[in-house]
Design a protein. Structure first.
Length: 682
């Protein structure tokens, strides 16, 4: 062996043993929750492995611990068809219905005292993980149960999901299903940061988990600290014949499995489990919304089968949302960035769903009237899957009621901040403050929206710093952000909750750099950033594509606007009115002068398909027929309607006619899929 060969072989050995070691430490930390080394030691080993893998790329392995955050940014997720459909569970809030379900299974099987495995029902997002030869090869969402999204790159960032399995008694190919959850602590921390950045908080961990897995950038997903519990193993050659044996096997292979399950052989046993967790679930570090019961013997699963939607061998009992009562203290009104006024009830603090709650939204005037909210009422407050509590009932003070002295809480008629008379738009439930340009919470809200990630992405300027710049008069309108200098920014300030903070030179420079970078933000996001009522991210994109620049949009009439896909009358009117306001127009001119993007940058059309002719047939999932034809032309190709010897490609969609296929085969013309075509033009 030459020196070089022996170096390479030593590197290979070291890479392999580092991978094993890191997988073990990872398992101990994220699955067993009992780390045996420090974070720094772990990071050093990971760094060593990463260096070696870079130096010896011939040993690349997509399942290496270094590859958890290695995925590309996905514009769209690939669709995958589930090998076994992903059914959901029948569910009920009634204990009687659970008993009936159990009895029905007893009768259908003719067996008494069947074993039922009782598990927690995790409140997250269902995923199906496919393993082949001990490696994670694909992860998919449930989608419509038959076809889901391929979210492998995002799933790999969840540390408790093994990329390679332990022991070696796993089947060659199997799927394991479970729930991706956002543990409370990580979720709260994440929401806190979002609020600080002027972003909207997620209502509950389930939405946040699901939103996270649909992010396009795995690096972002990796920051979210998601977790995953696995509860269902399926495959054609799984040896274990009971569900509990399968859970134990999965645990041996390195999965984080349901840890609180119990086997019950009577309805009483099942009820005990339900009662226990109904009380104890608040003490869990993640959200559960019920319990699931499953027959333990797999052979019975096949006998009982499933309805179109759910199996007959498993069902779910759902916990009722938790409620508490408390005395109303006061009602206040918050003004949002679009001027909408939201009533909020303050009440005596009550312990609910694991936290102290002292305020809850009353949604709008109609909700207050429906509740018939009166002074001195006792409120029934509920916290379901939602983290934000809501008021579901008002109980009036009996003495006041008897003496006919009940006093309704009336919705305010003037803005609680600037005093302007509130207005209501036809067909809208909420009142709003029309003092668009001079009402302070609206101004601050608009600035916080303008700098937010999905808008101008001026990240280094969080919500609190923005408040400071505005209050100190350092910023007066959006355009003035673009004239800031470090010496203007530097200073001391106090946050809303009284913390004393300061911005020094370095922080100021970061802000300047982020502002500078934002000049490149594309038109659709600038349009979203302007904060026009009812213009969300999606409609901003549609409008930008349709009108191509701000001037076309500015002069558009109501009719032109409602002709745009997904733009309704209310939105059209809001856009129209926005451009009839002199201050808004002046603002846009200033922003134009500051160099922001106010027109769509047309993509350079590539002539990558120059000289090639295509026949398109069938229906597609990612393109409309027109869309795919346009993509062919945009890339220099030619569409032809029928196949001849000269045709270069047939793009085959769903339900393509058999004649076309035959003809293409006869002329030896390559038949490609929609995805092949996308790869071609990318
Ligand atoms: S078993 C065919 N077990 O609840 C049965 N599901 O509507 C497969 N869920 O889609 C599901 N905890 O997302 C099962 N311990 C558990 C579960 C669980 C949560 C979810 C799952 C499913 C939904 C039921």
């Amino acid at each position: 062996m030459t020196d070089l060969q022996s170096d390479i072989s030593a590197a290979k050995d070291e890479i392999e043993s580092l991978r094993k070691l890191l997988n073990r430490y990872n398992y101990e930390y994220y699955v067993l929750d009992s780390p045996t080394i420090t974070d720094i030691e772990f990071d050093n080993l990971l760094k060593r492995l990463d260096d070696l893998e870079k130096k010896y790329p011939q040993f690349y392995d997509s399942s290496s611990p270094t590859q958890r955050v290695g995925g590309e940014i996905n514009k769209e997720f690939k669709q995958v068809t589930h090998r076994y459909p992903m059914l959901s569970l029948s569910n009920t809030y009634s204990r009687e219905e659970i008993s009936e379900f159990v009895k029905r299974a007893d009768e259908a099987l003719g067996v008494k005292n069947l074993q039922w495995v009782c598990e927690l029902k995790y409140d997250g997002l269902a995923v199906s993980l496919l393993y082949e030869h001990g490696r994670l090869v694909r992860a998919a969402t449930r989608g419509n149960g038959t076809v889901g999204d391929d979210i492998t790159d995002n799933i790999k960032t969840i540390r408790s999901i093994p990329l390679t399995l332990q022991n070696d008694d796993y089947p060659e190919r199997f799927e394991i299903r479970g729930e991706v959850i956002y543990p409370h602590k990580a979720f709260e921390e994440f929401n806190r940061k979002r609020i600080e950045n002027g972003e909207e908080a997620f209502a509950n961990p389930r939405n946040a988990a699901s939103g996270s897995l649909k992010l396009q950038n795995p690096k972002e997903v990796a920051k979210r600290k998601l977790d995953c519990y696995l509860y269902y193993l399926i495959g054609d050659d799984i040896k274990q014949t009971t569900h509990t044996e399968r859970l134990q096997a999965a645990k041996r292979w390195g999965f984080k499995t349901e840890q609180y399950y119990k086997v019950a052989d009577s309805i009483d046993g099942i009820m005990e489990f339900i009662d226990y967790w109904d009380k104890q679930r608040d003490n869990l570090p993640y959200a559960t919304d019920g319990i699931v019961i499953k027959l333990n013997e797999i052979q019975y699963w096949n006998i009982l089968g499933a309805t179109a939607k759910s199996p007959r061998w498993a069902t779910a009992f759902k916990f009722k949302a938790e409620q508490a009562c408390s005395k109303l203290i006061s009602t206040e009104y918050q003004v949002g960035r679009t001027g909408i006024v939201t009533p909020v009830a303050n009440f005596e603090p009550v312990w609910l769903g694991g936290t102290w709650v002292k305020r809850a939204t009353l949604n709008n005037e109609a909700w207050m009237q429906k509740l018939n909210l009166c002074h001195n009422d006792t409120l029934v407050i509920e916290k379901g899957g939602e983290i934000i509590p809501k008021i579901v009932e008002c109980r009036h003070d009996e003495d006041l009621e008897k003496s006919h002295n009940l006093q309704r809480v009336e919705f305010v008629r003037n803005c609680p901040v600037c005093g302007a008379e509130l207005v209501k738009e036809a067909d809208q439930s909420g009142w709003y403050c029309p003092n668009y340009n001079h009402c302070s919470p609206q101004i601050l809200g608009r600035f916080q929206h303008f700098i937010s990630k999905k808008a101008m992405n001026i990240e280094s300027l969080g919500g609190e710093k923005m408040r400071y710049l505005l209050n100190a008069g350092k910023v007066t309108d959006f355009a003035s952000l673009y004239n800031l200098t470090t010496s203007v920014i530097v200073g001391n300030y106090q946050t809303e909750d009284g913390k004393k903070l300061s911005i020094q030179d370095k922080g100021a420079l970061n802000i300047i750099n982020a502002v500078e970078k934002s000049r490149q933000v594309p038109f659709e996001r600038v349009l979203y950033a302007l904060g026009i009522r009812y213009i969300g991210e999606v409609s901003a994109k549609t409008l930008a594509r349709h009108f191509e620049n701000i001037d076309n949009l500015r002069v558009a009439g109501i009719d032109d606007l409602i002709n745009v896909e997904d733009i309704g009358l209310t939105t059209a009117q809001s856009i129209y009115n926005y451009f009839r306001n002199e201050e808004n127009l002046a603002q846009i001119e200033k922003l134009k002068a500051a160099g922001l993007q106010f027109e769509v940058v047309k993509q350079q059309t590539d002539n990558i398909l120059q000289g090639k002719s295509f026949v398109v047939s069938g229906t597609f999932t990612k393109f409309s027929r027109e869309g795919i034809k346009k993509a062919i032309e945009d890339n220099g190709g030619k569409n032809v309607s029928s196949i001849s010897k000269k045709t270069d490609f047939l793009i085959a969609g769903d339900k393509m006619g058999p004649e076309k296929r035959k003809k293409a085969q006869a002329f030896d013309i390559p038949i490609i899929t929609e995805d092949d075509f996308i790869n071609m033009i990318n």
